[in-house]
Design a protein around this ligand. Sequence first.
Ligand SMILES: Nc1ncnc2c1ncn2[C@@H]1O[C@H](COP(=O)(O)OP(=O)(O)O)[C@@H](O)[C@H]1O
Ligand SMILES: [Mg+2]
Length: 314
Amino acid sequence: MNKNIIVLCGGFSDEKEISIKSSQAISAALTENGFIVELVNPADFNSYAHLLNYLNDRKPHLVFNGLHGAEGEDGRIQSMLSLEHIPFTGSGHTGSAIAMDKFASTLIAQSLQIPCPKQILLKNNELLSNDDIDFLQIPFIVKPNSNGSSVGITIVNDKYQMPQAINNAFKYDNNVLCQQFIPGRELTVSILGETIMPIVEIKPLEGFYDFNNKYTKGKTNYICPAELTEDESKIVKEYAGAVFKACSCSIYGRVDFRYDGNRFYFLEINTLPGMTELSLTPMSAKAINISFNELINQIVELSLAQFKSQIAQK
Ligand SMILES: Nc1ncnc2c1ncn2[C@@H]1O[C@H](COP(=O)(O)OP(=O)(O)O)[C@@H](O)[C@H]1O
Ligand SMILES: [Mg+2]
């Protein structure tokens, strides 16, 4: 009998539209891989209790988490599913929560001697002082601490822009992270199980990798594998693998870096990276001959194996 998989898609986050695109691609691959697939959007239920009842009634072989951002990616859905012993794809609740908190994951990276931008975390509508600005130096980056898809991010080029940039970021999150701007190149490293996959270099034609450059076709060039020396690749891949593990992440994900030509600076971990056929993790997999269908299949297998080993440990 074919096994059934429920793909969670959409949800409530700022990234729900992207999630729907990812989930459609995931569903097509799962169907081709022989599973019976149902797309389920948490936003179609009156409450999470109703969603949970529905999942318990359906008894899926696995829940494939196709959500991006907020409750789908920050550990809350993962906690709910694991308390009910429903197997799901990707990192568990701890890794998801740590990775969603850019400040927390950066502190862990620093403890592993991985370079990170100088940074200040602001809470409760605080602004930066002049001393803070002297510490970060202009230009600096202002971003919501736990959002994704480059929403609410500003590069501050003049200190008079600072209040507006910070107030804008506070619209998306109660915590705002201000970071030294790291000039140079942008790299992202995808992980699948124990494999650190080929590095992708991200080259927006204009400006930085903001929402528009991320999601409009043709606005950014991607180079995979990135043109780096063997030594450079080795360092950034080691950083990616080490911070991913130390943050309790597992199964698959993507780690973002900036490279100033001298050091690789850790930016963040994405535990539910984009999964359309044109997204960066599938692109990286393709470079080592892992097709999109095979990538989805490996995520299913690795996630089921993790679930079984957790049950066995109880
Ligand atoms: N400290 C930084 N220095 C330079 N560019 C940055 C810095 N922080 C973020 N950026 C730019 O903003 C983009 C989004 O930031 P990131 O921290 O990856 O958050 P998210 O992708 O979750 O929105 C990055 O891809 C990068 O282009
Ligand atoms: Mg990012």
